[in-house]
Design a binder for this molecule. Structure first.
Ligand SMILES: CC(C)(COP(=O)(O)OP(=O)(O)OC[C@H]1O[C@@H](n2cnc3c(N)ncnc32)[C@H](O)[C@@H]1OP(=O)(O)O)[C@@H](O)C(=O)NCCC(=O)NCCS
Length: 255
């Protein structure tokens, strides 16, 4: 009896599944970490079973991968800026005359807070209009809104974030939230917004100041086109420390 010597070829994907976006898009989405084997990536994106959407981050257009990636159909979705506030920054002056109150939620306290999860999700869906998904003309607005809604509501099922600071108006309506990641070396503002009818009343200042801890650095990523956020972070002693481009690839798109 002859020996079956069929060769098993291991095909390793260059990209990785993005389960969060796959659920929101209801289509296969993947992410890409650079540097990578660009020939293998081209094969993957040209295959019949290519994903619908791939995203990656690159330092800038000087990166040698930028040309090949754009040839494959990647397009700049948004330029991102990372800001940091040192742990020894002076405490910000408390704002007076608030017509709102700030509450801190943790994932273990979310059982009591679940009633506000929908409100937080609604705020996220309506207010994050400078996000990379909103800026991408190939992502429908309702999906861009759904992504941000799920992102915020993930907190209430223990899926993302260690702390959330919520501002409530006198009638208990949620008028702002700050979803926070706690990392070993810093705290990160993961998602933040103020209801548009409560802007410039110190809501964001209060929900960010509430997360500060002496000696702990604070970090946040924003978008270069978000002038309000730029002014806001600088007003709280954050400084820009890095820039990156976020690139999106859509199956079949060559715009
Ligand atoms: C950025 C944002 C969170 C600021 O919220 P806010 O509650 O209006 O901010 P505050 O009232 O606490 O502002 C504090 C300070 O930030 C600065 N600031 C805030 N918004 C500003 C704006 N639109 N233009 C210029 N400066 C601004 C000011 O110095 C302000 O102090 P002042 O009002 O006394 O002058 C809000 O515009 C927002 O929700 N935007 C949409 C979502 C978003 O972009 N989130 C950030 C993504 S990284």
């Amino acid at each position: 009896m002859g020996t079956n010597t069929a060769r098993i070829e291991m095909v390793t994907s260059v990209t990785s599944p993005d389960d969060f976006l796959t659920a929101a898009f209801e289509a296969p989405c993947r992410s890409l970490v650079l540097p990578c084997d660009l020939d293998a990536l081209a094969d993957e994106l040209g295959a019949p079973d290519a994903p619908d959407f791939v995203w990656t981050k690159i330092a800038g257009i000087d990166d040698p991968a930028f040309g090949p990636l754009t040839s494959m159909g990647f397009r700049i979705a948004v330029e991102e800026i990372t800001y940091e506030r040192p742990g020894d920054a002076a405490a910000s002056a408390p704002s007076n005359g608030h017509d709102f109150t700030v509450h801190k939620l943790t994932p273990t306290s979310t059982a009591q807070a679940s009633a506000i999860a929908d409100e937080v999700g609604g705020l996220a869906a309506r207010n994050m209009t400078t996000s990379r998904f909103h800026q991408d003309p190939l992502v429908p607005d309702d999906i861009a809104a759904e992504i941000k809604k799920r992102w915020a509501m993930n907190f209430f099922i223990g899926g993302r974030g260690e702390e959330m600071y919520v501002a409530s108006a006198a009638d208990d309506r949620v008028v702002g939230f700050n979803q926070v990641l706690v990392r070993p070396d810093c705290k990160v503002i993961d998602l933040i917004c103020t209801a548009d009818d409560h802007r410039r009343r110190g809501v964001a200042r209060a929900i960010v100041a509430a997360m500060f801890e002496p000696g702990i650095k604070t970090r946040v990523g924003s978008q270069a086109n978000n002038e309000a956020a730029d002014e806001f972070y600088k007003s709280l002693d954050f400084e820009p420390v890095g820039r990156a481009l976020c690139l999106h690839w859509h199956k079949g798109a060559r715009i």
